[in-house]
Design a protein around this ligand. Structure first.
Ligand code: PBG
Length: 333
């Protein structure tokens, strides 16, 4: 070995102990939120493109919440899957004070009072056209301000049912301020707002739409009229800053893995915690490769999550949350 090489970065990588000691990013169950799908009745439906992910009735949901608590997860995010017969253009079922999502929130909070529940605020599970908001009379656009009013109603119903966080995923303008004021005037000042601030118009949502049975929004309007263009990072920061100013408690970037630069920029711009959503397509692609024997499932899972954390996410929504938490409790035991 040459004696004249005093700077040898490999010294910091030479044993498991030193690598662990100087690790710059750490990820634990406390950083993760598990998304869960709930349906009214019937046997559990295994989502074909998302191995290990199912949609079940409220009892089945409670069993998943029990597993989450056991594994040390702090929170779950609930997504309802409605009977198509209940869907209409106005998303009326969203305002049913005894609807599926309301009963699901109440049941989870009754059984697991310390498990945080995040409730999605968007109309797509309830509309027959599959958009996150209401359409204009001529059907040519998603009507921003009318949609915001509807989203405020839904958020208030979810918060009153006991949701700890309401999570607007609709991307309408001005909805965070409107929801904050609607919650406050209903005496729901303690409910947090987890804003999907930088939600991109992404191909990676495909498997999710299968999981919740939401129509591929067709017709003349594209989700691109409200979700962000994947080309734009500065616009994503603008959206995050707006949501912070409007009173969001956390901002979110979604998807996560393909948008690590956006997570980093948002983290540097805001002073509130940043969440990132590792979406269905990100989960599906890792599973698909693992099924072919092309990737090691656990290693790719852990690396994908750690990369999102390293980019700056304080909190990660991931379908891997439970598997990761279980695996990490085996390590520290
Ligand atoms: C819609 C919503 C979507 C997801 C969460 N909420 C999809 C969409 O915009 O069509 C996607 C989550 C995932 O893919 O895992 N309100």
């Amino acid at each position: 070995m040459s004696a004249s090489l005093p700077i040898r970065p490999r010294r910091l990588r030479s044993s498991e102990a030193i690598r662990r000691m100087v690790a710059e990013s750490r990820l634990g169950p406390e950083n993760l939120i598990l998304p869960l799908f709930v349906q009214e009745s019937g046997p559990d439906f295994d989502v074909p493109s998302m191995p290990g992910v199912k949609r079940g009735n409220i009892d089945s949901l409670l069993a998943s919440c029990e597993d989450s608590v056991q594994a040390g997860l702090p929170a779950v995010a609930l997504f309802p899957c409605l009977d198509p017969a209940l869907k209409d253009a106005a998303g009326s079922a969203a305002f049913d004070e005894d609807g599926l999502i309301v009963r699901a929130i109440k049941a989870v909070k009754r059984e697991f009072p310390n498990l945080l529940v995040a409730a999605d605020v968007a109309l797509d599970p309830f509309t027959d056209h599959g958009h996150d908001g209401l359409l204009t009379a001529d059907g040519r656009d998603v009507a921003n301000d009318e949609s915001v009013e509807a989203l405020c109603r839904l958020a208030r119903i979810e918060a009153a049912a006991g949701a700890d966080l309401v999570a607007p995923s609709d991307m309408m303008d001005g909805r965070v301020a409107a929801i904050r004021s609607a919650l406050d005037s209903a005496g729901l000042q303690k409910t947090l707002i987890l804003a999907y601030s930088a939600k991109f118009a992404s191909a990676y949502y495909g498997p999710f739409r299968e999981a919740v049975g939401s129509s591929q929004p067709g017709g003349r309007i594209s989700k691109k009229t409200y979700q962000l263009n994947p080309a734009n990072a500065r616009e994503a920061v603008r959206e995050a800053l707006l949501d912070e100013a409007e009173g969001a408690d956390l901002v979110m970037v979604k998807p996560a893995g393909p948008y690590l630069d956006v997570i980093r920029s948002v983290k540097e711009a805001v002073r509130i915690p940043v969440a990132a959503y590792q979406v269905s397509g990100e989960y599906a692609q890792i599973h698909a490769a693992a099924r072919n024997g092309w990737l090691d499932l656990a290693a790719a899972r852990d690396e994908s999550l750690l990369a999102i954390r390293r980019a700056g996410a304080d909190v990660i929504l991931s379908y891997f949350a439970l598997d990761f938490a279980r695996a990490s409790s085996l390590l520290t035991r």
